[in-house]
Structures are given as C-alpha cells and as structure tokens.
Design a binder for this molecule. Structure first.
Ligand code: 1PZ
Length: 190
C-alpha cells in the first residue's frame, strides 16, 4: 500500500514539520515568535511513535498527549509560544503544575528525548532500544522527573521491544496509517 500511495509517509512528515519550524526560526534570528498552532501540529505528529512501543508506555503516551492537548486548547487564546510564557511569567505560574508554560516544557522534553534517542541510534549499530532509550531518558528527562516516575520508567524499559522489532512495528503502523488514509474505515481496531 505504501508503494502505491502518493502521500507523504508519517516519519517523513515529522521530519518535514520540524525542519519547517527550524527554517522559520533561522530566518528570524532577532524576533523569535513561534506560532503555537504550528508547534502543536508538529508535536502531535510524534504521537504515532507511541503505538510502536507497546502497552508499558501507554502512560507515557497519555501524559504526552494530554500536554499537547492542553497546548492545542491554549492556541485558541494565545498566538505564540512566547505569549504563553510571558503570561505565566507575569503571573508567577511557570512552575505551577498544569500551567501552559509547564506543559510546554514537558512537551519540549518529550521531543528532546526522541531527538536524543535517534542520535544514540545513529551513533552505533550495537545499541539496543533499551540501552538507547535509557541513556536518552537519563540525559533529557530524568533530571526533571520524581523518583517514583524514574523508577517506573526504569522498570518499563525492560518491556520495550528490540530495536529490530521497533522498526517492524514502525513500518506496520505507518503502512496501516497509509491504508486508513486511502481506504477509510477498512482497517479495524481502535
Ligand atoms: C521510540 C521511543 C522510545 C522512548 C522510550 C522512553 C520513554 C520515556 C517515558 C517517560 C515517561 C514519563 C512519565 C510521566 C511523567 C510525568 O511525571 C510528567 C508530569 O508532568 P507534570 O504534570 O507534573 O507537569 N509528565 C511529563 O513529563 C509529560 C511528558 C512525558 C512523555 C515523554 C515521552 C516522550 C517519548 C516519545 C516516544 C514516542
């Protein structure tokens, strides 16, 4: 189905969305005002990766998606990332759980985790997914998570699929998405 389809595969869409954001920011070195809408669209694309990780990461998915959803809601009121931060700084709410600024930082950490993970992958073929994910998590998110969460994540790492299995899952998920786009309603499931 992938071969017949002319639409862009989801992984490519993710890359393109973030390259667009990068290009925009590079072109505005002085005045970096990033549209919240655009940021949310790019961040939402990433959710597809979770379905490849297995049930143990359902909680991480729900956490990530709920933070993105909050920002989507905020985008009805605020135009840019900066306006959210300005508002929360003025009201001393940057660190308040549930504030848009805090959720923005959580989403950014999630994105950064994926960046670190794929960097690990590119640096060597020997890395298992668990090793790569553990290293990326330790670098990017662990310093900002409670002991309870860090312990749960460490246990969950043992439930991750192998690196090869991840790639298989990824391909299956992506081609299922493609089929769904070409033949809506044909594939069953959620
Ligand atoms: C292929 C990719 C494999 C990567 C596997 C790494 C999984 C890391 C799991 C991280 C679990 C996060 C658990 C929840 C953390 C919560 O305590 C905080 C609460 O925030 P608060 O409400 O106090 O402000 N939530 C978050 O930090 C939200 C973001 C977590 C999601 C990051 C995962 C991104 C990984 C994407 C992989 C597709």
């Amino acid at each position: 189905a992938m071969a017949e389809s002319t639409s862009t595969p989801p992984l490519t869409s993710i890359v393109e969305a973030f390259e667009e954001l990068d290009k925009f920011l590079q072109s505005q070195p002085q005045q970096q005002r990033l549209s919240l809408d655009t940021f949310c669209q790019a961040s939402s694309l990433v959710s597809i990766l979770f379905s490849c990780l297995g049930l143990a990461f359902k909680f991480a998915e729900m956490e990530y998606v709920s933070k993105v959803d909050d920002l989507v809601e905020a985008s009805k009121t605020y135009d840019t990332l900066e306006s959210i931060i300005d508002f929360d700084v003025a009201n001393d709410m940057v660190k308040t759980p549930g504030s848009h600024s805090r959720n923005l930082r959580r989403v950014r950490q999630g994105l950064d985790l994926i960046r670190a993970l794929f960097e690990q992958f590119l640096s060597t073929d020997d890395y298992s997914l668990r090793e790569a994910a553990s290293t990326a998590y330790a670098q990017v998110c662990a310093p900002y998570h409670s002991w309870t969460i860090r312990t749960a994540v460490a246990a969950g790492m043992y439930a991750l699929p192998s690196r090869d299995q991840l790639l298989v899952n990824l391909e299956e998920t992506l081609s299922r998405e493609e089929d769904e786009k070409v033949h809506p309603g044909l594939t069953s499931g959620d």
